[in-house]
Design a protein. Structure first.
Length: 198
């Protein structure tokens, strides 16, 4: 592919953008300074799996040390919350929580959900998670509980949008869910998110 444009650099990868088959795509290459092995292959495997659950950017292809997926338009989650209405914010937060629950059910942990500032993009009220190179299988996934922690870390901002959530209540529900990751316990978190919003 020609006309690569540099986008961002992380510890393990460097991301470029270009046009492929009339679509804007992201190309993630291994950071030459990284000693990590097999991260591009791993992320490709994760994307192919998660796309089946409508999670993550659409996978296109990969080869050794290079992953190609459809570029995700949008703004980072905090920027979205700052600029949008209570109705739109709640729609997006509910969607994110449901994606977190899906990850938990799959036994996958994404690792960054307590601080996902650069891991969730929102476009037309649709959140898309990116960057799955650290995602791994575990018997105790904690995506939902980590996102509850994120909610509390942004409480002041959410309050300013008239989305008021009691910290003790949500952390209590998160602990109950952590002990038993059932649909009922998950739905109790969603009820608090939606019913306690004034």
């Amino acid at each position: 592919m020609k006309n690569l444009r540099y986008l961002a650099k992380g510890k393990r990868g460097v991301v470029y953008t270009t046009t492929y088959r009339n679509k804007k795509v992201a190309i993630k290459k291994k950071n030459p300074d990284s000693e990590a092995i097999g991260r591009i292959q791993h992320e490709a495997n994760m994307l192919k799996l998660l796309n089946k659950a409508n999670i993550g950017p659409k996978f296109i292809s990969h080869k050794e040390n290079e992953l190609i997926y459809v570029f995700v338009e949008g703004e980072f989650i905090i920027d979205f919350i700052e600029k949008n209405s209570k109705t739109n914010i709640l729609k997006v937060l509910n969607d994110i929580f449901k994606q977190m629950f899906t990850l938990d059910k799959l036994g996958l942990n994404k690792e960054e959900m307590h601080h996902p500032l650069k891991h969730i993009l929102v476009h037309k009220n649709k959140p898309v998670m990116i960057d799955f190179e650290r995602t791994h299988y575990t018997i105790k996934p904690k995506n939902v509980t980590q996102f509850c922690q994120f909610m509390m870390s942004t409480k002041k901002l959410l309050d300013s949008k008239n989305i008021k959530i009691n910290k003790k209540e949500i952390m209590s529900l998160a602990q109950t869910y952590k002990n038993k990751r059932t649909l009922e316990n998950f739905n109790n978190i969603l009820r608090l998110l939606n019913n306690k919003s004034i």
